[in-house]
Design a binder for this molecule. Structure first.
Ligand SMILES: CC(C)(COP(=O)(O)OP(=O)(O)OC[C@H]1O[C@@H](n2cnc3c(N)ncnc32)[C@H](O)[C@@H]1OP(=O)(O)O)[C@@H](O)C(=O)NCCC(=O)NCCS
Length: 210
C-alpha cells in the first residue's frame, strides 16, 4: 500500500524496550506534526518533534543564545556532550522536544519532561527557549500551549516550570499561560559562574488531583 508521506516528519526516536506497547503513547499523539504557524509580524514557523538528525541544528541554536540566557536553563547547553545525551537518549515518552524552525534553522526549543513510573508520574515539566530575534511574538506561548494540549491528551494531571527567580520574562510567559507561582526556594540554584539564584516553581493543574 502506498502512503503519502509528503510533509511528514520522520519520527526517529527509539521505541521503548520491553514490548509492553506497540507504539509509545506520546508518539501516537504526534501524527499532526509538522505544523505551520504564523507569528505576530507574519514570520512563518514550522514546528515538529526533534529527531536524531537534528543534533547539529539544536547544538547551533543553543550555542547562539546569549550568555545571560544560559542562567535560565537547567543544563549547560553549550556543552556538546549534553546535546549528544539528549539525542542518544531520545524517547518521546520521557522527553518530548518540539523544535520551531524558520528556513530550516532552529529558532526555539520547548520540551515536556516526565516519568512513566514512580510518584511523579502524574506530573510534566515544561522548558522553553526562543532565539532573541524571535521573542515577544508569541512563539513561547504557542509552544507552551501545544505542550499543554499534548500533556492533557496524555492524561497528565499537573505541569510545572522551574525558573530562576529574577527571570521575569519567563515567569510572565508561564503566568500568562495559566501557571501559578506556588513556591520560591531561596538560593536553590547555582549557575555556571557559581552565583546562587532563587528557584521559582510554577504549576498548572490540568485535571483535579484526587
Ligand atoms: C522566556 C521566553 C521563552 C519567552 O519567549 P517569547 O517567545 O518571547 O514569549 P511570548 O512572546 O510568547 O510572550 C509571552 C508573554 O510574556 C510576555 N513577555 C515575554 N518576554 C517578556 C519580557 N522580557 N518582559 C515582559 N514581558 C515579557 C509577553 O509580553 C507575552 O505577553 P502577552 O501574551 O500579553 O503578549 C524567552 O524570553 C527566552 O527564551 N528566554 C531565555 C530562556 C528562558 O528563560 N527560558 C525559561 C526557562 S524554562
Amino acid at each position: 500500500m502506498w502512503m503519502c508521506v509528503k510533509n511528514r516528519t520522520r519520527l526517529s526516536a527509539p521505541r521503548p524496550r520491553g514490548g509492553r506497547r506497540s507504539m509509545p503513547r506520546t508518539e501516537a499523539l504526534l501524527a499532526d506534526f509538522p505544523k505551520t504557524w504564523h507569528l505576530e509580524g507574519g514570520t512563518k514557523v514550522t514546528v515538529r518533534p526533534m529527531g536524531r538528525e537534528d543534533r547539529a541544528k539544536v547544538a547551533a541554536f543553543f550555542q547562539s543564545l546569549p550568555e545571560g540566557d544560559l542562567r535560565a536553563l537547567k543544563d549547560n547547553v553549550r556543552d556538546p556532550w549534553i546535546i549528544d545525551q539528549w539525542v542518544q537518549q531520545l524517547n518521546y515518552d520521557r522527553v518530548l522536544p518540539l523544535l520551531a524552525e524558520v528556513d530550516g534553522r532552529v529558532i526555539a526549543d520547548a520540551s515536556l519532561h516526565r516519568r512513566r513510573e514512580g510518584w511523579r508520574r502524574h506530573l510534566g515539566g515544561v522548558r522553553v527557549a526562543v532565539d532573541p530575534a524571535y521573542r515577544q511574538k508569541g512563539l513561547a506561548s504557542l509552544l507552551i500551549d501545544e505542550l499543554i494540549d499534548i500533556a492533557t491528551r496524555e492524561g497528565l494531571e499537573r505541569l510545572y516550570a522551574e525558573i530562576p527567580g529574577e527571570n521575569a520574562a519567563a515567569i510572565e510567559t508561564f503566568r500568562k499561560r495559566g501557571f501559578e507561582e506556588v513556591a520560591r526556594f531561596e538560593r536553590n540554584l547555582i549557575d555556571l559562574a557559581g552565583t546562587y539564584h532563587d528557584l521559582v516553581v510554577l504549576h498548572l493543574d490540568l485535571a483535579p488531583l484526587h
